[in-house]
Design a protein around this ligand. Structure first.
Ligand SMILES: Nc1ncnc2c1ncn2[C@@H]1O[C@H](COP(=O)(O)OP(=O)(O)O)[C@@H](O)[C@H]1O
Ligand SMILES: [Mg+2]
Length: 283
């Protein structure tokens, strides 16, 4: 497939004080165009480092990453990243400014003073802010937003440049359970609308089941692919169903956790979230 991302026998070591730290080793998998793929694994198993390698922010020690057959060596607007931190926006720019700035810097050196180009950028930025439910907040500064709204801006900013791959490193990890759940629903809608390929890193088994079409399970010390699980549960996915629980238990077992002693997934009140648009603006 033309846009397939292939991770081939990838390893990454760090050297700290003459000590070799192996973040992950021998990682092999591929991501076809349009897929929603989750990577799940314990803290420290190399998830962020792997995503940074795919983004071109880190150089692998061994192996290769290719996109459409071409080797990835550096960052590109084809692979935009959304991080966990609420502080990834430029604090001195408004919501609209954060998105238009991304469009400006990723544009191929077009003249900056051409007002029609600026107007097109702004129109585009507004379109993506609308997609993430932030119409009406264009002139707010990041410090005037909730965590959930900041993550929405980060998602709009990444999507506005129309990447082939959206790389997400625990983007909802710092949100409260309520906001997290709503943003998961929103992200699924955005994925269906934009058809962007998504690689989503999480340490939440429940989140990986709710979101993905496929789950790469990582084990740690060093990080390795333990299993690749297809997730074809019917959507929307309810944690209280036996199919969901079955996959949840299987993933727990693969991760060396013991479902009998681990808390069950939080049962969520879907009827409330099904009306998410009503409460969305306050996030
Ligand atoms: N820049 C770095 N320098 C040295 N070690 C690092 C660096 N980044 C990550 N590591 C190490 O690599 C391992 C994997 O880290 P990370 O990718 O952050 O894991 P995860 O995201 O799964 O929690 C850890 O042992 C971590 O300490
Ligand atoms: Mg991480």
């Amino acid at each position: 497939m033309e846009d397939e991302l292939v991770i081939h026998n990838l390893s990454k070591n760090f050297r700290v004080d003459r000590r070799e730290i192996q973040a992950f080793e021998g990682v092999d998998f591929s991501v076809p165009e349009g897929r929603f793929l989750c990577i799940v694994g314990p803290s420290g198993c190399g998830k962020s480092t792997l995503l940074r390698c795919i983004a071109g922010l880190e150089t692998p020690s061994q192996g290769e990453i290719t996109c459409g057959g071409k080797s990835i060596q550096k960052p590109s607007k084809d692979r935009m990243v959304v991080f966990q931190s609420f502080e990834q926006l430029f604090p001195w720019l408004t919501v609209l400014g954060n998105v238009t700035y991304a469009l400006q810097v990723t544009n191929e050196r077009k003249p900056q003073k051409d007002t029609s180009i600026a107007a097109t950028r702004e129109e585009n930025a507004r379109k993506y802010l609308n997609l993430v439910g932030l119409t009406g907040y264009e002139n707010f500064f990041p410090h005037q937003l909730s965590g959930g709204m900041k993550q929405r801006v980060a998602i709009a900013r990444a999507l506005a440049v129309q990447p082939r791959f959206l790389l997400m490193d625990e983007p909802f990890g710092s949100l409260d359970a309520f906001s997290r759940s709503i943003l998961q629903e929103e992200l699924l809608r955005i994925w269906q609308e934009t058809k962007t390929t998504i690689l989503f890193v999480t340490h939440s088994i429940e989140e990986s089941i709710i979101l993905s079409e496929q789950i790469i399970v990582f084990s740690s010390s060093p990080g390795k692919v333990k299993a690749i699980i297809n997730n074809d549960l019917e959507r929307p996915r309810y944690p209280e169903t036996s199919e969901f629980m079955g996959l949840w238990k299987r993933l727990n077992e693969l991760l060396g956790l013991h479902p009998k002693t681990t808390a069950q997934p939080v049962l969520r009140h879907r009827t409330l979230f099904d009306e998410a648009e009503v409460i969305q603006p306050i996030l």
